[in-house]
Design a protein around this ligand. Structure first.
Ligand code: HEM
Ligand code: HEM
Length: 176
Protein backbone atom coordinates (compact mmCIF):
# COMPACT_ATOMS: atom_id res chain seq x y z
CA UNK A 1 0.00 0.00 0.00
CA UNK A 2 1.15 3.53 -0.84
CA UNK A 3 0.48 6.93 0.68
CA UNK A 4 -2.55 8.54 -1.02
CA UNK A 5 -1.89 10.77 -4.02
CA UNK A 6 -2.80 13.90 -2.05
CA UNK A 7 -0.38 12.95 0.77
CA UNK A 8 2.37 12.32 -1.81
CA UNK A 9 1.77 15.64 -3.58
CA UNK A 10 1.75 17.48 -0.25
CA UNK A 11 4.91 15.70 0.94
CA UNK A 12 7.02 16.52 -2.12
CA UNK A 13 5.79 20.06 -2.75
CA UNK A 14 6.30 20.94 0.92
CA UNK A 15 9.66 19.13 1.09
CA UNK A 16 10.95 21.22 -1.84
CA UNK A 17 9.70 24.47 -0.28
CA UNK A 18 10.98 23.64 3.20
CA UNK A 19 14.46 22.61 2.02
CA UNK A 20 14.53 25.86 0.01
CA UNK A 21 13.42 27.86 3.08
CA UNK A 22 16.13 26.29 5.25
CA UNK A 23 18.82 27.05 2.65
CA UNK A 24 17.61 30.60 1.93
CA UNK A 25 17.04 31.33 5.65
CA UNK A 26 20.61 30.35 6.54
CA UNK A 27 22.02 32.14 3.49
CA UNK A 28 20.19 35.45 3.95
CA UNK A 29 20.90 35.69 7.69
CA UNK A 30 24.59 35.10 6.90
CA UNK A 31 24.81 38.18 4.63
CA UNK A 32 26.46 41.12 6.52
CA UNK A 33 23.92 43.69 7.82
CA UNK A 34 25.39 46.54 5.76
CA UNK A 35 25.47 44.67 2.42
CA UNK A 36 23.18 46.30 -0.20
CA UNK A 37 21.47 42.97 -1.03
CA UNK A 38 20.94 41.97 2.63
CA UNK A 39 17.14 42.11 2.53
CA UNK A 40 16.53 41.01 -1.10
CA UNK A 41 15.46 37.47 -0.21
CA UNK A 42 13.44 38.24 2.94
CA UNK A 43 10.11 38.91 1.16
CA UNK A 44 10.30 35.65 -0.83
CA UNK A 45 11.26 33.71 2.34
CA UNK A 46 8.27 35.15 4.18
CA UNK A 47 5.89 34.48 1.27
CA UNK A 48 6.94 30.83 0.82
CA UNK A 49 6.98 30.37 4.60
CA UNK A 50 3.38 31.58 4.72
CA UNK A 51 2.40 29.17 1.91
CA UNK A 52 3.95 26.34 3.96
CA UNK A 53 1.91 27.50 6.98
CA UNK A 54 -1.31 27.23 4.93
CA UNK A 55 -0.27 23.85 3.48
CA UNK A 56 0.34 22.50 7.00
CA UNK A 57 -3.36 23.01 7.73
CA UNK A 58 -4.31 21.18 4.51
CA UNK A 59 -1.80 18.40 5.30
CA UNK A 60 -2.98 17.79 8.86
CA UNK A 61 -6.61 17.68 7.68
CA UNK A 62 -5.69 15.33 4.80
CA UNK A 63 -3.64 13.06 7.05
CA UNK A 64 -6.43 12.71 9.60
CA UNK A 65 -8.76 11.58 6.81
CA UNK A 66 -6.42 9.28 4.87
CA UNK A 67 -5.10 5.77 5.50
CA UNK A 68 -1.43 5.67 6.41
CA UNK A 69 0.37 2.48 5.25
CA UNK A 70 1.92 0.48 8.12
CA UNK A 71 5.72 0.28 8.10
CA UNK A 72 7.22 -2.92 6.59
CA UNK A 73 7.28 -5.82 9.11
CA UNK A 74 10.98 -6.35 8.40
CA UNK A 75 11.91 -3.13 10.19
CA UNK A 76 13.31 -3.72 13.69
CA UNK A 77 11.18 -2.36 16.52
CA UNK A 78 13.74 0.40 17.25
CA UNK A 79 13.66 1.39 13.56
CA UNK A 80 9.87 1.69 13.63
CA UNK A 81 10.03 3.76 16.82
CA UNK A 82 12.76 6.02 15.42
CA UNK A 83 10.82 6.49 12.19
CA UNK A 84 7.62 7.48 14.04
CA UNK A 85 9.57 9.77 16.37
CA UNK A 86 11.25 11.52 13.42
CA UNK A 87 7.91 11.97 11.60
CA UNK A 88 6.43 13.52 14.76
CA UNK A 89 9.49 15.76 15.15
CA UNK A 90 9.26 16.82 11.49
CA UNK A 91 5.58 17.75 11.88
CA UNK A 92 6.31 19.58 15.13
CA UNK A 93 9.24 21.49 13.65
CA UNK A 94 7.19 22.41 10.55
CA UNK A 95 4.50 23.97 12.74
CA UNK A 96 7.06 25.61 15.05
CA UNK A 97 9.01 27.12 12.14
CA UNK A 98 6.03 28.44 10.22
CA UNK A 99 4.29 29.88 13.30
CA UNK A 100 7.44 31.33 14.91
CA UNK A 101 8.43 32.89 11.55
CA UNK A 102 5.07 34.60 11.19
CA UNK A 103 5.03 35.79 14.83
CA UNK A 104 8.67 36.95 14.81
CA UNK A 105 8.02 39.10 11.78
CA UNK A 106 4.59 40.25 12.97
CA UNK A 107 6.11 41.56 16.24
CA UNK A 108 9.04 43.12 14.35
CA UNK A 109 8.93 46.91 14.23
CA UNK A 110 9.80 47.29 10.53
CA UNK A 111 7.60 44.50 9.17
CA UNK A 112 4.47 45.49 7.25
CA UNK A 113 2.88 42.12 6.71
CA UNK A 114 3.72 39.39 4.20
CA UNK A 115 3.56 40.37 0.53
CA UNK A 116 2.30 37.41 -1.48
CA UNK A 117 4.00 38.03 -4.85
CA UNK A 118 2.45 41.49 -5.27
CA UNK A 119 -1.07 40.03 -5.14
CA UNK A 120 -2.20 40.52 -1.56
CA UNK A 121 -0.57 41.46 1.72
CA UNK A 122 -1.18 39.19 4.70
CA UNK A 123 -1.35 41.60 7.65
CA UNK A 124 0.76 41.44 10.79
CA UNK A 125 -1.44 40.17 13.62
CA UNK A 126 0.26 41.48 16.77
CA UNK A 127 1.42 44.78 18.25
CA UNK A 128 5.11 45.60 17.73
CA UNK A 129 7.48 44.29 20.40
CA UNK A 130 11.23 43.87 20.26
CA UNK A 131 11.09 41.42 23.15
CA UNK A 132 8.56 39.03 21.58
CA UNK A 133 10.11 39.32 18.15
CA UNK A 134 13.38 38.23 19.77
CA UNK A 135 11.73 35.29 21.55
CA UNK A 136 10.19 33.95 18.32
CA UNK A 137 13.45 34.62 16.48
CA UNK A 138 15.24 32.36 18.96
CA UNK A 139 12.59 29.64 18.49
CA UNK A 140 12.95 30.03 14.69
CA UNK A 141 16.72 29.73 14.85
CA UNK A 142 16.81 26.70 17.19
CA UNK A 143 13.84 25.11 15.39
CA UNK A 144 15.73 25.32 12.10
CA UNK A 145 18.61 23.27 13.48
CA UNK A 146 16.27 20.74 15.11
CA UNK A 147 14.54 20.35 11.76
CA UNK A 148 17.85 19.89 9.92
CA UNK A 149 18.85 17.21 12.46
CA UNK A 150 15.53 15.35 12.08
CA UNK A 151 15.83 15.60 8.29
CA UNK A 152 19.28 14.03 8.47
CA UNK A 153 17.81 10.96 10.22
CA UNK A 154 14.79 11.01 7.87
CA UNK A 155 16.83 10.94 4.68
CA UNK A 156 19.41 8.49 6.11
CA UNK A 157 16.53 6.12 6.99
CA UNK A 158 15.05 6.36 3.49
CA UNK A 159 18.46 5.64 1.90
CA UNK A 160 19.18 2.74 4.24
CA UNK A 161 15.87 0.95 3.62
CA UNK A 162 16.04 1.60 -0.11
CA UNK A 163 19.62 0.60 -0.89
CA UNK A 164 21.20 -1.10 2.13
CA UNK A 165 18.33 -3.34 3.22
CA UNK A 166 16.09 -6.16 1.97
CA UNK A 167 13.92 -4.95 -0.97
CA UNK A 168 10.70 -5.51 1.01
CA UNK A 169 11.88 -2.96 3.60
CA UNK A 170 11.91 -0.10 1.06
CA UNK A 171 9.79 2.89 2.13
CA UNK A 172 10.58 5.29 -0.72
CA UNK A 173 8.23 3.43 -3.07
CA UNK A 174 5.28 4.25 -0.77
CA UNK A 175 5.88 7.98 -1.10
CA UNK A 176 6.53 8.27 -4.87
C1 HEM B 1 8.67 25.92 7.49
C2 HEM B 1 8.85 27.20 7.31
C3 HEM B 1 10.15 27.96 7.53
C4 HEM B 1 11.45 27.50 7.58
C5 HEM B 1 11.96 26.07 7.43
C6 HEM B 1 12.30 28.66 7.83
C7 HEM B 1 13.68 28.62 7.99
C8 HEM B 1 14.47 29.68 8.37
C9 HEM B 1 15.87 29.62 8.75
C10 HEM B 1 16.71 28.33 8.79
C11 HEM B 1 16.29 30.87 9.04
C12 HEM B 1 17.67 31.29 9.55
C13 HEM B 1 17.59 31.31 11.07
C14 HEM B 1 18.45 32.32 11.70
O1 HEM B 1 19.65 32.11 11.77
O2 HEM B 1 17.93 33.37 12.11
C15 HEM B 1 15.17 31.77 8.87
C16 HEM B 1 15.19 33.13 9.07
C17 HEM B 1 14.09 33.96 8.92
N1 HEM B 1 12.79 33.56 8.66
FE1 HEM B 1 12.16 31.70 8.29
N2 HEM B 1 11.51 29.78 7.91
C18 HEM B 1 10.19 29.40 7.73
C19 HEM B 1 9.07 30.22 7.75
C20 HEM B 1 9.10 31.59 7.92
C21 HEM B 1 7.93 32.46 7.92
C22 HEM B 1 6.47 31.99 7.77
C23 HEM B 1 8.38 33.74 8.10
C24 HEM B 1 7.61 35.04 8.19
C25 HEM B 1 6.43 35.24 7.68
C26 HEM B 1 9.83 33.67 8.23
C27 HEM B 1 10.64 34.77 8.42
C28 HEM B 1 12.00 34.71 8.62
C29 HEM B 1 12.83 35.89 8.84
C30 HEM B 1 12.34 37.36 8.86
C31 HEM B 1 14.13 35.42 9.03
C32 HEM B 1 15.39 36.26 9.28
C33 HEM B 1 15.61 36.53 10.73
C34 HEM B 1 16.87 37.36 10.89
O3 HEM B 1 17.03 38.37 10.19
O4 HEM B 1 17.71 36.99 11.73
N3 HEM B 1 10.23 32.35 8.11
N4 HEM B 1 14.08 31.00 8.47
C1 HEM C 1 14.95 14.50 -0.14
C2 HEM C 1 14.12 14.68 0.86
C3 HEM C 1 13.09 13.71 1.38
C4 HEM C 1 12.91 12.38 1.12
C5 HEM C 1 13.73 11.45 0.22
C6 HEM C 1 11.75 11.96 1.89
C7 HEM C 1 11.19 10.70 1.87
C8 HEM C 1 10.10 10.28 2.59
C9 HEM C 1 9.50 8.97 2.55
C10 HEM C 1 9.99 7.83 1.67
C11 HEM C 1 8.47 8.92 3.42
C12 HEM C 1 7.56 7.75 3.73
C13 HEM C 1 8.05 7.05 4.95
C14 HEM C 1 7.17 5.87 5.28
O1 HEM C 1 6.90 5.08 4.37
O2 HEM C 1 6.76 5.74 6.42
C15 HEM C 1 8.39 10.23 4.05
C16 HEM C 1 7.48 10.59 5.02
C17 HEM C 1 7.48 11.80 5.66
N1 HEM C 1 8.29 12.88 5.36
FE1 HEM C 1 9.77 12.96 3.99
N2 HEM C 1 11.28 13.02 2.61
C18 HEM C 1 12.08 14.11 2.33
C19 HEM C 1 11.94 15.38 2.82
C20 HEM C 1 11.07 15.73 3.82
C21 HEM C 1 10.96 17.06 4.40
C22 HEM C 1 11.79 18.28 3.98
C23 HEM C 1 10.00 16.99 5.36
C24 HEM C 1 9.52 18.08 6.27
C25 HEM C 1 10.29 18.87 6.95
C26 HEM C 1 9.49 15.63 5.39
C27 HEM C 1 8.52 15.17 6.25
C28 HEM C 1 7.98 13.91 6.23
C29 HEM C 1 6.94 13.46 7.13
C30 HEM C 1 6.31 14.28 8.26
C31 HEM C 1 6.62 12.15 6.78
C32 HEM C 1 5.57 11.24 7.42
C33 HEM C 1 4.34 11.27 6.59
C34 HEM C 1 3.12 10.81 7.36
O3 HEM C 1 3.05 9.64 7.77
O4 HEM C 1 2.22 11.65 7.54
N3 HEM C 1 10.16 14.90 4.44
N4 HEM C 1 9.40 11.03 3.53
Amino acid sequence: MKYSLSMRLLHWSMAAMIIGLLAVGLYMTGIPDDAPDKYDLYPAHKAFGFIVLMLILVRVATRLRSQIPALPDGLASWEQKLSHAMHALLYLSMVAMAVSGYLMSSFYEYSHGIELFGLITVPDITEKSEYWSGVFHLIHEIGGWVMIGALGFHIAGVIKHRWLDAPENDVLGRMV
